[in-house]
Design a protein around this ligand. Sequence first.
Ligand SMILES: *Cc1c(COP(=O)(O)O)cnc(C)c1O
Length: 426
Amino acid sequence: MSDRLPGFSTLAVHAGAQPDPTTGARATPIYQTTSFVFNDADHAASLFGLQAFGNIYTRIGNPTNAVLEERVAALEGGTAALAVASGHAAQVVILQQLLQPGDEFIAARKLYGGSINQFTHAFKSFGWNVVWADPDDIASFEHAVTPRTKAIFIESIANPAGSVTDIEAISTVARKAGVPLIVDNTLASPYLIRPIDHGADIVVHSLTKFLGGHGNSLGGIIVDAGTFDWSTGGKYPMLSEPRPEYHGIRLQETFGNFAFAIACRVLGLRDLGPALSPFNAFMILTGIETLPLRMQKHCDNAKAVAEFLAGHPAVASVNYAGLPSDKYHQLARKYAPKGAGAVFTFSLKGGYDAGVNLVSKLQLFSHLANVGDTRSLVIHPASTTHSQLDDAAKVKSGAGPDVVRLSVGIEDKEDLIADLEQALVA
Ligand SMILES: *Cc1c(COP(=O)(O)O)cnc(C)c1O
C-alpha cells in the first residue's frame, strides 16, 4: 500500500467497505436482520453499557448501515456519522440532542419547504423555537442570538433557488455565540462542497436526493465534525451530564470528538426509533459509488439549461449561481468551484398561470416534489411545496408565484432544452 491518502472518487467507491469476511462477497451485503447474537453474557452486558462497540438490534445499528455511515463520514471529512430513515428524521435527532423545551435555534429563511414546516409547527410542539434569519444578511444571524440559542441551521446551497450560503461568515457568528453550526448539505453533496472545511460542526443530508441519486430510497444522515466542545457552560446537558440510561457516563467525556454522533445514536435513534432499512442503505451506497460522475453531469447540464432559459423571451429571470451574472456567482466560485449544483429556479413573465401551464406541458421533466434524481424534475413551488406560506413569506423564501424550480438530471442536455423549448412555446 502507498502512503497516498485516497481521493474523493476512491472514497466514494471504497470507504467503509471490505469484502465480507465470511463469504467473500465484494459488494456490501444487505444484513436484513433485526438482531444479532451475543458471544456470551459479558459481551451482551458490555454492549448495553456502551463499553464495547457491536451490533445489538437494527434500530440502534446495522452492519450495512455502518458501511454507509463510514463512507459519508469519510466523504464529508467528519469523525463519525449516523444514518436514519429520512432527512427530516435526521433533523429531529440532531436537535433533540441540543435543545431543551423553551430553547431556540436560528435558521436561515431560505430552506427546503418541508424544513420550514417542520421547524415552524412540529418543533414548536416540542418547545423548540425557531428564529429566522436572512442568509444574505449575516448581521441578521448575530442579532438573532439570545442566551437560549443552542444552534444555527443553514443550507449550503439553499432551496429552492440554488443560492449559495456564506458558510464561513455564519460559522464565525456561531463560534462567537458558542453554539454549533449545522449545515444541510443535501443540494451540494460533499462532491461540490464540504461544509466541515468551512467551519460546520454538524452536517446533515437527505440521502434521498443526490447521494442516493436515483429517486428510489429515502434516507438521512448526520455527520459529526468532531469540532465542538460540548462541555462548556452546561449548555448541552445531553452530552455533558451523566446519562442515567447508561450507568451515569458522560458522552463527551467518554467519546470525545465523536460524542455527538454517539448521542444521536444511543439517545436519539434508540429512543425515537427512525431506523434506516438496511435495504435502503444498500441502494444508497450503490448510488454513492457514482456520485462524482453524476454530480458533474448534473452541474454541466444545469448550466446549459440555465443559459438556454436566460436567453428565452418568455423567461423574466434565472437564479442559477453558475451564471456569471448571478448574485451568488462569487460565493459559488469560492464554495463550489466544480459547479453550482443542479437545483435552481427561474421566473416566467406570465406569472402564476404561466408557471402552472409550463409544468403541465413538460414531458421529459417529471412534475413532482423531489430533487436530486437521475431524471429531470420540475415543480411550481407556490402551488405545491411552499403553498402553505403567505405571499410575503413565499417571496422571501424564493418561491414567489411566478417561480418554477428545476432539478436537472443526467439525460442529454439537448433533449432537456428541446423539452423546455416546446413547453415554453405552448
Ligand atoms: C428533501 C430534503 C430534506 C428532507 O429530507 P427527506 O429525506 O425527504 O426527509 C431536507 N433538506 C433538504 C435540502 C432536502 O432537499
